[in-house]
Structure formats: structure tokens, C-alpha cells
Design a binder for this molecule. Structure first.
Ligand code: PMP
Length: 393
């Protein structure tokens, strides 16, 4: 029977990793895959994560199943981290998932289950996995304008105009902070305008928040998510702990449904049912690391301090790169790189220039010109800046 299978499209970013590995040049720079790297190119385990793991190892006395929605302590800790006190805890149904990707997948399945006709509005561009999962699930996708490659910012008027086409029964997928792949984000007044459109159309927002703490800080990065969740009757939130806790391989995410308190019980049961259909009990180790850290004042303070160092390192690299490019180009046209937030910036150039950066200079970025800022360090920033000018960007 398997002779019927067709080759599936390869993941472009993973193909890039392979090409980088095979490049013999020792001056090569990897700005591809979305993993945080420190100045020496390592992705360290955070101090608080190590300490939490040690505590878990010492105190855990069983590996028996958790609940279908995961450990309630993890859900409580994540609801507090992402939502603060923006909505009553009693209005939030939550289920642990394998990573943020698992939360995204479960959210889409939930939408399809509630309304098979739902259209999902996604930013152009968005994280490619959103599109790939939606296509796999046979769900209808509608693009809304998002990135303005002239300014490197958000094409806000176009975005609002496109979102007005959403209707009740549709879903609008928004990146809570640190937009992937562009790095361009809405300001607070623009979020207010988006909320107004959501309120007038009745479309349900789904917020994917995978980089809380990587942009302007833990609280600031959650502000938009909180504002949206407290302004509309129904909201979905898919959160990932992969980046901000650096626990990529532990597969730690959560799907939250914010609705009325009256609907919470049914929603909680529905999320548990959906987990059961796909993988039964969600992974627990990463979730337990997260709740151990968030429920201990000392570990939490240390995690927050280390996360701030990570965030500031990326901001410093952004500013250095924008500064170098300003000197070399004699213009401010790269100023957007310092305005962008999170791990990524879209340079806004053509695939042939991206190829030239790779072939001529050994600089690897995704074909749409997305760069992982954390792939740089203070020595490689000037090299990248010179290469960008050299290939005529
Ligand atoms: N959403 C977005 C926008 C992302 O960039 C990522 C990470 N690449 C995720 C969700 C989920 O990541 P993970 O499954 O590794 O937690």
C-alpha cells in the first residue's frame, strides 16, 4: 500500500542546516534555524532549568500518568505567566501539549471541530508550519497583509483592511509578540485597532505566543495577548516554553481557551478529549520544569535574570547591526533592524541576494531573508554588514 505515498515537501530550514554543516569555510555564519545561541554559538541549559531538574530528580517518586490535560500546576503557572490577571482563571480552559507546535495543532483541530467551515486568517508571511498544518488539516487559509518590505515594518492599513473581511465563525491568527519570520510587531495603539476589528467582525482571535520574554520583557511581551483576551468573548492562545525556558527538545507547550466561566468546564473536557485522540497524556518533564521554576521565588528570579540577559544580548546585536549598516550605507534604511523584536528579522530582500550571501560569503539565512539574530556575535556583525552591502542589498 505504501507505494501510493508521495514525497512530501522538505523543511527548508532543516535543509539549510544541512547545507551549512557541509560548507567547509570557517568564516561561515548560520542565521538559519530558530534556536537561541550565545556569543560562542552554544545553546546552554538555563541555570534554573538545571536546578529544577535536579529537584525533580530528587523528589519525584512516580512516573505514573498525569491528567489528560497535563499537570494542573503547570496550567496554573502558565495561565499566570501569559495572562497575568487579565481574565479570571475560572474562564480559562487549558491543556498541556507537546511544544507550541502541539498547541497550534490542537487549536486548529478544535476550530475545525467547532466549525468545519472556519477560515483561518494568517499574516503574510507567517511561520510556515502554520500553513503546513492548516493545509494538512484541509482548512481554508486567508492571508492578511502584514509585512511592508519597503519600511521593514507592519503594513498596518492593509492588515486592518484585510482583517475586516473576517466573519463570525472565522479565526484570526496573531503572533502575540516577536513575529516570526519578520520581527515586525504592532504597537499598542495598533493592537487596539485590531481588537476593534475583532469585536466588530466577531471573528475569534488565536494568539500564538512562542517568544515571551525575547522582545521587550516578560510582561511587555504578554501585554497584547492579555489585552485581546480581556476584550473579546472567546480567544485561543497557543504558548510555547521552548525558547524562553530553552527546553526545545522537552516539547513543552500549552493551549488555552479563554471564554465565559460558564463554558469553562465543557471546554476543559473538550481539550482533554482532543489530547486523548492525538497522543493521550502530554509530555510532563518540561511542564514540570516550568512549574517548578515559576512556583519557586528563587528559581523564578534566576530564570528571569537569565532570560533578560538573553533578550538584551539580542537587542545589543540588533543595535550593532543597524549601526554598522548605517555607517556602510550612509543611510537609515536598515534602521528597522533595531526596531524589530525577538529572534528574527526579515531583511526584505530577494532570494537571489540571499543566495549571493550564502555563495559568496558563507552566510546562511532562510530564502525569504529571515535572519536569526542570535546566530550573530559582536565579531560576526561587521562581517554580515559588509556582506549585505557587498551583494547590493
Ligand atoms: N509558533 C511560532 C511562531 C514559532 O516560531 C514556534 C517555534 N519555531 C512555535 C510556535 C512552536 O515551537 P515549539 O513547538 O518548538 O514549542
Amino acid at each position: 500500500m505504501f507505494e501510493t505515498l508521495k514525497a512530501q515537501p522538505a523543511d527548508k530550514i532543516l535543509a539549510l542546516v544541512q547545507a551549512y554543516r557541509e560548507d567547509p569555510r570557517d568564516t561561515k555564519i548560520d542565521l538559519g534555524v530558530g534556536v537561541y545561541k550565545d556569543a560562542s554559538g552554544n545553546t546552554p541549559i538555563m541555570r534554573a532549568v538545571k536546578a529544577a531538574e535536579q529537584r525533580i530528580w530528587e523528589s519525584q517518586d512516580t512516573k505514573v500518568y498525569t491528567g489528560l490535560a497535563g499537570d494542573p500546576a503547570y496550567a496554573d503557572a502558565m495561565a499566570a505567566l501569559v495572562l497575568g490577571d487579565a481574565v479570571p482563571r475560572g474562564s480559562v480552559a487549558a491543556a498541556a501539549t507537546p511544544g507550541g507546535t502541539g498547541a497550534v495543532r490542537q487549536a486548529f483541530e478544535l476550530v475545525r471541530m467547532a466549525n468545519p467551515e472556519a477560515r483561518v486568517f494568517v499574516s503574510d508571511p507567517t511561520w510556515p508550519n502554520h500553513l503546513s498544518i492548516l493545509s494538512y488539516l484541509g482548512m481554508e487559509v486567508v492571508n492578511y497583509r502584514y509585512f511592508d518590505s519597503e519600511t521593514g515594518g507592519v503594513a498596518f492599513d492593509g492588515m486592518i483592511e484585510d482583517l475586516k473581511a473576517a466573519k463570525k465563525g472565522d479565526v484570526v491568527l496573531l503572533h502575540g509578540c516577536c513575529h516570526n519570520p519578520t520581527g515586525a510587531n504592532l504597537n499598542s495603539a495598533e493592537w487596539d485597532a485590531v481588537i476593534e476589528v475583532l469585536q466588530s467582525t466577531g471573528a475569534v482571535p488565536m494568539i500564538d505566543i512562542a517568544y515571551q520574554g525575547f522582545g521587550d520583557g516578560l510582561e511587555a511581551d504578554a501585554a497584547a495577548t492579555r489585552k485581546v483576551a480581556s476584550s473579546v468573548p472567546e480567544c485561543l492562545i497557543a504558548a510555547s516554553c521552548s525558547k524562553n525556558f530553552g527546553i526545545y527538545r522537552e516539547r513543552t507547550g500549552i493551549l488555552m481557551m479563554v471564554t465565559s466561566e460558564a463554558a469553562q468546564g465543557l471546554n476543559q473536557a473538550t481539550l482533554a478529549f482532543l489530547n486523548r485522540q492525538n497522543y493521550s497524556f502530554p509530555p510532563d518533564h518540561g511542564a514540570r520544569i516550568v512549574s517548578t521554576i515559576l512556583n519557586d521565588a528563587e528559581l523564578k528570579a534566576d530564570w528571569m535574570a537569565e532570560l533578560e540577559d538573553v533578550r538584551n544580548a539580542m537587542l545589543g546585536l540588533r543595535e550593532q547591526l543597524a549601526g554598522e549598516l548605517q555607517k556602510l550605507s550612509g543611510s537609515d534604511r536598515f534602521g528597522f533592524l533595531a526596531q524589530h523584536r525577538g529572534m528574527f528579522s526579515r531583511l526584505g530582500t530577494t532570494p537571489d541576494k540571499v543566495d549571493a550571501l550564502r555563495d559568496k560569503h558563507g552566510i546562511y539565512m532562510v530564502g525569504d531573508s529571515r535572519m536569526n539574530i542570535a546566530g550573530l556575535n559582536s565579531d560576526s556583525v561587521p562581517i554580515l554588514a559588509r556582506a549585505i552591502i557587498d551583494v547590493g542589498i
